[in-house]
Design a protein around this ligand. Structure first.
Ligand code: F0G
Length: 455
C-alpha cells in the first residue's frame, strides 16, 4: 500500500463547526433566496466558497505578527517583506496593497489603457473589470480545449492566437497578462514552456508581460512535478524563473502568501515605480505599508516563504486530486487535471436535463448545501450571464491548511448523495438581480422543490 500523503502540520488552535440538519438548511437556503453568498458563514459546515483569505496562518506567522513594526513610514516589516519579495521575484520595486484588486487598479491607473487591448490566458473578473474601467478591452486566448483536453497544462495561452493578435493589433496591445494558475480556466497550471514563449513574443513586440501571480507556488509546483524541461533545481528557483520572464506582477496575497488580507505589486521599471508610488498613496496609504498594518506585512513575508515547502505543496495537490477522483467515482465530471486550489465540477454534464439557461451550476451548488452544508461557487451563466458555449462549472475551492482528510471525505460523501438524485434536481430561476456582478446579490428560486436529503 502506498503511504498516504499526510497534512504536514499539526493543529494548535481549533475553531468549532456548527452542525446543521437538512431541515434547517432547507429553511436557511430559502431565506438566503438560494444565493449562497447570502448565507451566514456559521450556517455552513464545510466552506469551499473560495481559497482567498480563508487559509490558516502558521505559528511562525502569528509570531511574526507580534514582531510587526507599526511605524507609518519605513517600517522594519516593510523592508523584511521587500527582501523576501525581491528574492522570490527578482523585481526591484515592491508595493504592498490591501488586496490583489488594488494592485490591479493601480496598475491600470498608471498605464495608458484607453482604446487598448490586453491579451491573456484568462483574466480574473476583477482584472478584467479594472482594465475595462480604464478604457481597455480584455481578450482571453485560452489554449484550444482548455477545459476538456486533460493536458497537464490546460492553463496555457494559445500561442497562435497570441501571435495573430500581436500582429493584427500592433501598437494597440497595452500588455499581456498571464494568470498563474489560470483560475477562470478551471484553475489549471501554465507550463514554463508557454511562459517562456509568451515572454519572448512580448519582448519582440515591445509589449510588457504582467504575471497575475496569486497562485504562483501552486503553479511552480506543477512545473516541478510535471514538466521536466521547465523545472529548476528547487521550487523557489522555478518560481523565480517564472517571475524572471515578466516585467510586472500583481498578486492577491490572500492565496499563496497564506494571509487573510493583502496584495502586492512588483515592477522592474523605475519610471513606472514612481508613477505607482504617487497613485498608491491615493487609496492605499504610504508606499511602505500600502493599506496594511505592519503585522500584515510580516505575516505575508513569512507566508511567502512557507508556501514553497515541497511537502506542503505535495499535500495540497494530493488533496485536490483525491477530491477530484472521489467526485468522478461518484459519477460527476470534473475538470482534469485538478487545480491545486479547487475542484471544478461540470454541472452541465452532471445535470443534462437542464439547459444552461436553467442554471445547472447554481442547482448543483444549492444541492451540495442542502445535502450536507457544503458551500461552493457557481461559475457559469449565473455568475456571468448567458454566454455562448460556456461550461457550467461549480468550484469547490480548498482553503489552505484548514480542513482535514475527514472533512474532505465528508465532502466526497455529500457529492455522492447529490449525484444519486442529480436527475431529479430542479432548474433555478433568477427572481431579481442588479446590473453588475449579479451573483453576489441576486435572488433566485427553484422551479420545483429539491428532493429531501437525509441527515
Ligand atoms: N487574480 C486572480 C487569479 C484571483 O483568483 C483573484 C481573486 C484576484 C486576482 C483578485 O484578488 O480578491 O485579493 O482582490 N480570487 C478570489 C477567488 C476572490 O475566489 O478566486 P483579491
Amino acid at each position: 500500500m502506498p503511504r498516504p500523503v499526510i497534512e504536514p502540520f499539526r493543529i494548535k488552535v481549533v475553531e468549532p463547526i456548527k452542525l446543521t440538519t437538512a431541515a434547517a438548511r432547507r429553511e436557511l437556503l430559502a431565506s438566503a433566496s438560494y444565493n449562497l453568498f447570502a448565507l451566514r458563514a456559521e450556517d455552513v459546515i464545510i466552506d469551499l466558497l473560495t481559497d482567498s483569505g480563508t487559509g490558516a496562518m502558521s505559528a511562525e506567522q502569528w509570531a511574526a505578527v507580534m514582531r510587526g513594526d507599526e511605524s507609518y513610514a519605513g517600517a522594519k516589516s516593510y523592508f523584511r517583506l521587500q527582501e523576501v519579495v525581491r528574492e522570490l521575484s527578482g523585481m526591484e520595486f515592491v508595493f504592498p496593497t490591501h488586496q490583489g484588486r488594488a494592485a490591479e487598479r493601480i496598475l491600470c491607473a498608471v498605464v495608458p489603457l484607453a482604446g487598448k487591448l490586453v491579451l491573456s490566458n484568462g483574466l480574473f473578473d476583477t482584472t478584467r473589470a479594472n482594465l475595462e474601467v480604464a478604457g481597455a478591452t480584455g481578450v482571453d486566448l485560452p489554449r484550444p480545449g482548455a477545459l476538456t483536453a486533460h493536458e497537464p497544462f490546460g492553463g496555457d495561452i494559445d500561442l497562435a492566437r497570441l501571435d495573430q493578435h500581436l500582429a493584427e493589433h500592433e501598437g494597440r496591445v497595452a500588455f499581456v497578462v498571464m494568470t498563474v494558475t489560470n483560475n477562470t480556466m478551471g484553475g489549471q497550471a501554465v507550463s514554463m514552456a508557454n511562459l517562456r514563449a509568451v515572454s519572448e513574443r512580448c519582448r519582440r513586440a515591445r509589449v510588457p508581460l504582467v504575471l497575475d501571480a496569486c497562485r504562483f507556488a501552486e503553479n511552480a509546483y506543477r512545473i516541478q512535478r510535471d514538466e521536466p524541461e521547465g523545472r529548476a533545481d528547487t521550487l523557489a528557483a522555478t518560481a523565480r524563473a517564472m517571475f524572471e520572464l515578466a516585467d510586472v506582477f500583481t498578486m492577491s496575497a490572500k492565496k499563496d502568501a497564506i494571509v487573510n488580507m493583502g496584495g502586492l505589486l512588483g515592477v522592474r521599471d523605475p519610471a513606472l515605480a514612481e508613477r505607482i508610488k504617487v497613485n498608491l498613496i491615493l487609496t492605499e496609504g504610504f508606499p511602505t505599508y500600502g493599506g496594511l498594518a505592519g503585522r500584515d506585512l510580516e505575516a505575508m513575508a513569512q507566508g511567502l516563504q512557507e508556501v514553497l515547502d515541497p511537502a506542503y505543496l505535495e499535500y495540497r495537490y494530493a488533496v485536490a486530486r483525491y477530491l477530484a477522483k472521489r467526485m468522478e467515482d461518484d459519477g460527476l465530471v470534473v475538470v482534469q487535471p485538478a487545480a491545486a486550489h479547487a475542484v471544478y465540477i461540470d454541472a452541465g454534464a452532471a445535470l443534462p436535463h437542464l439547459s444552461p439557461a436553467e442554471l445547472p451550476g447554481q442547482t448543483l451548488a444549492c444541492a451540495l448545501y442542502l445535502a450536507g452544508g457544503v458551500r461552493s461557487c457557481e461559475i457559469g451563466d449565473f455568475m456571468f450571464g448567458p454566454g455562448e458555449g460556456r461550461r457550467q462549472l461549480v468550484r469547490l475551492a480548498i482553503p489552505r491548511r484548514v480542513y482535514t482528510q475527514s472533512h474532505i471525505d465528508y465532502v466526497g460523501a455529500i457529492a455522492e448523495d447529490v449525484a444519486r438524485v442529480r436527475h431529479r434536481l430542479p432548474a433555478m430561476r433568477v427572481v431579481s438581480a442588479p446590473e453588475h456582478l449579479r451573483h453576489f446579490s441576486a435572488t433566485l428560486e427553484p422551479t420545483a422543490p429539491f428532493p429531501a436529503f437525509d441527515d
